[in-house]
Ligand binder design. Sequence first.
Ligand code: GMT
Length: 379
Amino acid sequence: MKIGIVCYPTYGGSGVVATELGKALAKEGHMVHFITYMRPPRLDVFQPNVFFHEVSFQNYALFEYPPYETALASNLVDIVKYQKLDLLHVHYAIPHASAAFIAKQILKEQGIHIPVITTLHGTDITLVGKAPAYRSVVAFSINQSDGITTVSESLKKDTCTNFDIQKDITVIPNFIDFTRFTKLDKEHFKKAIAPNNEKVLIHTSNFRKVKRVEDTIKIFKRVREKVNSKLLLVGDGPERAVVEELARLLAVEKDVLFLGKQDAVEELLAIADLYLMPSESESFGLAALEAMACEVPVISSNTGGIPEINIEGATGFLSEVGDVEEMAENAIKILVDEQTLSKFKSNALNQAKRFDIQKVLPQYESYYEEVLASHNQSR
Ligand code: GMT
């Protein structure tokens, strides 16, 4: 199949999922064309069957805001036409689903019929998508898609609650590539970060408000009172300065390491004992799943799709959003006893195996075939 994948070229979850999916499809022999404004970070080495098209757009003095959606739609028209694509798979509704809709209409005028699949990832529905500024276009373009998937049951429910969706939504969960996310031996690294055998807590995110990174500091302060420990904060974003200030205010700054954006997250997860995800909302929580694949149990909030991956009392614990007291107590419960910790670690790995890319990839492939077949039939 010749597949066009549209995504954000960011470190964030939707871009990562789209890129890893495309690379895995290419390994299966599909021709995969990534279309976005910058090379996605995980598209870092040459791979056969993978192509990258940088969306070209021309700025003009009149444009206070460059019309990316128009440029993307125009680029899609050309790429579909000249690369003879069979299918467009867009990740994150805004503005990808509506740009794909425009491209599809233009192509139809030219006798080219291309089905569009939209995968919803979370904030495109739960946060920004339902805002009045975007709502009607988001609803329209989701409904105009030939196929709709969400990354969790929870996001499917949220989508149906927030929008009047007239089509079936298929849930295809996010996945893990175990050739990359697996427990590595990084003892030398562990010694550098935790020279006195401290336990290592970790959080990775884009430091947006929705991640509640401040809560990781509040949890850590309580944990450190009982357990000799360090906190690694990986990533960067708008909340970072506030979080750094809080670490100083709570006098834990010496044991909190801000590592910034990192490509090899698996090398950091290799030395971690516990992952913290206190998010306000999370459609899936891919970062927690990556941790679990590296044998790191998870202390999380019980919001959105997180309960579909983190199992209470087995792979970690879940608490109400903001209940840092309970999150800290649960973290201590896991960390104080080596036997308990090792049980949670192996449970985390076993649970992550359910989301092995080898199991999830065929679900996308058969969904593509199903959408293509019904699209061809309806013409
Ligand atoms: O979490 C973010 O801010 C990034 C966002 C994205 O769209 O890149 O992540 C969303 O998609 C991920 C991949 O499907 C999910 O694992 C995240 O849970 C989801 N984030 C939210 O729902 C807040």
